[in-house]
Design a protein around this ligand. Sequence first.
Ligand code: GLU
Length: 448
Amino acid sequence: MINKKVVTRFAPSPTGLFHAGSYRTALFAYIFARQNNGKFILRIEDTDKVRSKKKYEDNIIDSLKWMGLKYDEFYRQSERTEIYRKYLKQLIDSGHAYISKEIPKEPGDREEVIRFKNPNRKVVFQDMVRGQIEFDTTELGDFVIAKSMDEPVFHLVNVIDDLEMGMTHIIRGEDHISNTPRQILIYEAIGAPLPIFAHIPLLLSANRAKLSKRHGAVPVSSYRERGFLPEAIINFMALLGWHPTDDIEILSLEQIIEKFSIERVQKSGAIFDEEKLRWFNKQYIGKLNDNDFIENAKSFLPKWLLPTSDSFKMLLPLLKEKIVSFGDIQVLFESSGELGFINNMQSIDPERLLWKKTPDREVAKKHLIETKLLLDKLDKTSFNTETVRSAIWPYVEKNGKGDVLWPLRMSVTGQDRSPDPFVCISILGKDESLKRISVAISLLEKTS
Ligand code: GLU
């Protein structure tokens, strides 16, 4: 049990879009705070004025909001210079830091910086994930902690903020392990107690290379744009480097908070397998009721397909079955997609109207004429998948599935892949279907 109120933070530098690696770090810090009834802080580490951009900060904030990770406090380092100056002064006055004259090597280099006076000794700390870590700080030399009194750098501001904000646990990516010894020296120089560190394993791409902004790390906003569900992303991410004891994989954020244990986070890198994320998304889409499905699908539907229309109702089961993310809906309706035929009937080579086992134009033509007559008898107002199927089915049974249905489906879709002909015909409606069948019949006539 932890006695002090737990405080964790996510401290991104706004120098790029919020990608999977950072998101997982944020998630673990969030989960740990919530499961201990603690506080979760978002701190934007924007001391690098050149690389930090407002648009990246916005992207981080929007993504966290979309994922439902609420923070209790928000800070921006660029607004805290006064606080850092106070500590810098204290460190200089106490002899732990000094103003160092430098020989500029390149244009723009400073003639003066503030360096930390390294006591050159061994630092030992207990990491919640990695166990005991020892580090000889001698090789670090007197490292720079500020370029001037108003320009402190990462190591210093990171420590001061964690201290000032009462951080009890520093949960962050393993890439920061090598920074920890410097930061511990600063804590000690200030005379502050150390927080507990937990360095979580890096995410690796499928070929086990480090996932980075340049290699395979997809921004969370792009998953959002492609119609992934935040619940699926959270579930997938939580299982990167951790898994529950019972191996049940589908978990809500509440369940994860209940079961998560930072001590059980693995040391080795976790593979970010997008296929697995797609699997999770499919599971979560499968759990949506019709209203929620429509809500999510809406923005991906072609303009002509209103969610309230009969066509949409007919397509709904098919969409539910086919998509892995809502963005797939757009792909289905593209001219090369399975539903592309609805809006783009390609001109068709009559040969393709012939069933491969009966490549006879007369046969195809005859079945098209007959099925057209059957469809023509149907009332427009009750023209749906079921009425279409019942109207044609006896004829199909008598004359053979392939022989009847292949030319029929081809005549209305012109596509090798599409839903079954009854669905296609009902979506197109009576007039459009009959028109397309007539065109196919005349094509067969012309060429025979
Ligand atoms: N600002 C650092 C980064 O973006 C994080 C530092 C930390 O978590 O301690 O990588």
